[in-house]
Design a protein around this ligand. Sequence first.
Ligand SMILES: Cc1cc2nc3c(=O)[nH]c(=O)nc-3n(C[C@H](O)[C@H](O)[C@H](O)COP(=O)(O)OP(=O)(O)OC[C@H]3O[C@@H](n4cnc5c(N)ncnc54)[C@H](O)[C@@H]3O)c2cc1C
Length: 667
Amino acid sequence: MATLDAKIPKGPIAEKWTNHKNNINLVSPANKRLIDVIVVGTGLAGGSAAATLAELGYNVKAFCFQDSARRAHSIAAQGGINAAKNYQGDGDSVHRLFYDTVKGGDYRSREANVHRLAEVSTNIIDQCVAQGVPFARDYGGLLDNRSFGGVLVSRTFYAKGQTGQQLLLGAYSAMNRQIGRGKIKMYSRHEMLDLVKVDGKARGIITRNLVTGEIERHAAHAVVIASGGYGNLFYLSTNAMGSNVTAGWKIHKQGAHFANPCFTQIHPTCIPVSGDHQSKLTLMSESLRNDGRIWVPKKKEDAAAIREGRLKPTDLSEEDRDYYLERRYPAFGNLVPRDVASRAAKERCDEGYGVNKTGEAVFLDFAAAIERYGKEKAHVKGLDENDTALVQKLGKEVVKAKYGNLFQMYEKIVDQNPYETPMMIYPAVHYTMGGVWVDYNLMTSVPGCFAIGEANFSDHGANRLGASALMQGLADGYFVLPYTIGDYLADDIRTGSISTASPEFEEAEQRVRAQIDAFINNKGTKTVDYFHRKLGKIIWNKCGMSRNEKGLKEAMAEVKALREEFYKDVFVPGTADSFNEPLAKALRVADFLELGELFAKDALVRTESCGGHFREESQTPEGEALRDDDNFTFVSAWEYKGEPGDAKLHKEALNYENIELKTRSYK
Ligand SMILES: Cc1cc2nc3c(=O)[nH]c(=O)nc-3n(C[C@H](O)[C@H](O)[C@H](O)COP(=O)(O)OP(=O)(O)OC[C@H]3O[C@@H](n4cnc5c(N)ncnc54)[C@H](O)[C@@H]3O)c2cc1C
């Protein structure tokens, strides 16, 4: 077992980033013009990085597989973005955000990175406001905040239920300005299919034009991977349908360690699965837990009656309801972190209290909020607070103003009116804390190859707090990578432009062509989706919300067998040199089929429970996750060795000098 050095600067935590920035090797403006940088992915992380790198003077080539950068998965983000501005005067601070994030991640994240994240969080808001992002404002015109899980302050900035969309439009506009200036060359509908290394350094990528099928070579002095998360490993997730692991996995195969692959976030408030026909799950933003109360019936017979349609949830009296989060976690109540809320919902449903036909749903109820807001509004307007109809009308108006688009989305999908009856929700795969291992400079273990945003193993440890992914993506893209990349590129100012005519580019291109030809010529009998769906079922059932040794060993064997079957029997219609979605999907699923095995292996090795990783063998008598700090206070970083099951484990020790390791409690 090897140990890894993340190259964390020395010194007090609050000074590390500033001192490091002051000591970073700089590239002069004139020399930046001689340097090319490839950015794979133009979501919030990649879009902000591309725009900033170009603004600094580098020549940027940016790639995305969508038809437009503004359709990246980031656009789906609903709830908000955290920042330690303390606008509410409720005691927030950089330290508190740092502390909450380390604690929320169950003490499995790197202190130095999280502190830097908390520090730059405030700059992000200023940057986005300057770009014109329309954050919600209070009646006085100041920026408004709301609360997200795992914290006791209001630090989440939001734009209705469309925060990701508005932030992405900001980054996209900044990118477009640079495209207009000729500093960014944008390649949409291009998928990166391999990394090219020359003399051990990342020097380019191989892409496929998804419209024409053309295979292209692109060279640069550094490559930045900002390709998002791999939640679609589970087939069903809240991620965009196209989200995949290919860019991250391909660099892994070229030497980039893959960290904590098993750390997955299962979000508690999603619309429940309705059947086998489904290919996508929908998130109901965590912001709804600000006002929605989560409950199931207290009695099993009532739950059964609701499931069978003999009883309506609104008919059940208060005494017959179990607000189980408020009961179990009085301090944080409905705003406990996601891992805790998800497990609690599963526990109730496993015990037989689920409320939909499949028994896998709990209620998220706004009746109390509607009444509370309605009364307040009536009071403010000097109207009759005892007029039920009026209070209901006014309360619904307030709720609509806060969450209207989410309620509308729910009604369109479920065909029930959530103003009149509680929503039904259940946990679903949402985010991956694992990803490509990076050092403090966000560089992977391949020199010159960087990873940012959800694609890296991130600052969130074993569980991400709500509204922290956008914060991390934009911190990486606007404020961290643009500086740290200079430290590496300073050595490259005399290199000159990188040629794509080298044997290394030829070899990488041939690897890609061979894989594509193999799929087209395979002529098997089963669709790519058949395999993806089967993979998702294995991973969800055996590596999902709770895991055990037996299931994980089975998962490793089953994924390996499925991968072998895939290569024997997959059918990919069409040709290589045309628009061919099944081919694009086959290339992505091939990588998921390798990642799946490593995922199970990672979960198997980590015999403790922490955050989103719940090992049944390691729990307290109350059923809470039981960490094992003596043996597992490290990041697992896996080195590719051929078969995923043969990957070699490297450990990055996590040293907590500023925050005391404690059992996480939200009671
Ligand atoms: C429904 C939903 C709601 C969310 N709400 C919130 C929220 O309120 N607050 C919060 O903080 N977080 C939220 N998140 C999480 C957050 O949205 C994501 O973590 C974040 O947007 C990821 O940004 P990214 O830039 O890293 O990746 P993405 O936005 O996923 O962008 C990935 C980019 O990489 C490109 N790409 C990928 N592979 C390749 C390849 N091989 N070749 C070329 N291009 C490639 C894609 O085209 C895309 O441009 C939410 C997530 C979901 C699913």
